[in-house]
Design a binder for this molecule. Structure first.
Ligand code: 3PG
Length: 350
């Protein structure tokens, strides 16, 4: 059984909280997402020690220091609150973290009285501060993690039909687990981004020199033939490379999205960092928000960065209780593929 922080007796929250967060995002949105848990703990705990990581360093790397994140994080807190919070340096500077080393986890655990995981985005990693640490202390799932589990489980187990899954980004291999889990449940998969190129190529459509996965597996070739897979029918080109879905595809995708009862979206439709190729991703998000009845789950690091960039990310707060923004990238994909995540398994105690 997972112990949720939201149900914990506040008496048990005194002392020092060890709080695992995920600061591994370019513009601080994962830190913002953790604030409700931090603010709640600040009311009861004497001290909070934040555990986090950035990148995949091999030993110390100044570039990947959490110093700036710590400052940014502390600026979000009141003056008194700040004094109660300590942010540890990037745990991945130490080999024990990525090895899920039990001795290292025990040392970390000795810094606090209880442990809270509010880092869904790294919960698919068997890391010491995510998994092994929970053996040594009372362990809770923070508010963010609880919301992720609840919202993602909802769309997996009881989606309102029809369910539409929208997939973009680069690698099809990263998304195969999700496609396989939803193969029967989803009415359609709308596919854009470079991963569509792999499927288009497999259907014999000319993709020029566009990014695609070469040597695609049999699974991908079978998928390309499925009638549930809806691929773009026109494109915005950059030379001989597809950089975005085209205007006709935007309209076609819009029709599917308008009729959906549940929408799951992970991965941008094009090279959204360049303004002239951001239309597809923007159009999909606008179409999603225009469907006011559907249950909506959106996630993936790049997807959120795109929405932030377009300054339309915060729209979710405007009376849109049906929109859930997941903080997970790989974690969201693994969860939606039906895998059990080590960080969540670790919280599951008798
Ligand atoms: C992420 O950004 O998806 C998480 O922080 C996990 O990072 P990792 O893929 O380097 O383990």
């Amino acid at each position: 059984m997972i112990r949720y922080l939201s149900k914990a007796s506040t008496k048990t929250l005194r002392g020092t909280a060890l709080l695992r967060l995920d600061f591994n995002a370019p513009d601080g949105w994962r830190i913002e997402a953790a604030l409700p848990t931090v603010k709640f703990l600040l009311r009861y705990a004497d001290k909070i020690v934040i555990l986090s990581h950035r990148g995949r360093p091999k030993g110390y790397d100044k570039e990947l220091s959490l110093e700036k994140d710590a400052l940014q994080f502390k600026r979000m807190l009141g003056k008194k609150e700040r004094d109660k919070v300590i942010v540890l340096e990037n745990l991945r500077f130490l080999a024990g973290e990525s090895k899920n080393d039990v001795r290292f986890a025990k040392k970390l655990a000795s810094l606090g009285d209880y442990y809270v995981n509010d880092a869904f985005a790294v919960s698919h990693r068997a890391n010491a501060s995510v998994a092994a640490i929970a053996k040594f202390l009372p362990a809770y799932a923070g508010f963010g993690l609880e919301n992720e589990i609840k919202n993602l489980t909802d769309v997996m187990q009881k989606p309102r039909r029809p369910l539409i899954v929208i997939l973009g980004g680069v690698k099809i291999s990263d998304k195969l687990g999700v496609v396989s889990y939803f193969k029967k449940k989803a009415a359609f998969f709308l596919v854009g981004g470079a991963l569509a190129n792999t499927l288009l190529f497999s259907r014999g459509i000319n993709v020029g020199d566009s990014l695609r996965e070469k040597n695609s597996s049999r699974e991908v070739r079978v998928l390309a033939k499925s009638r549930k897979i809806i691929l773009p029918s026109d494109f915005r080109w950059n030379g001989r490379k597809i950089f975005d879905i085209g205007p006709r595809s935007e309209q076609e995708f819009k029709q599917y999205i308008a009729g959906a009862g549940t929408i799951i979206w992970n991965g941008p439709m094009g090279v959204f960092e360049k303004k002239e190729f951001s239309n597809g991703t923007k159009a999909v998000w606008k179409a999603i928000l225009a469907n006011r009845k559907a249950k909506i789950v959106v996630g993936g690091g790049e997807t959120i960065s795109a929405l932030k960039r377009f300054k339309i990310y915060d729209l979710r707060f405007k009376n849109r209780r049906n929109v859930f923004i997941s903080t997970g990238g790989g974690a969201m994909l693994e969860f939606l593929a039906g895998k059990k995540l080590p960080g969540i398994i670790a919280l599951n105690k008798k």
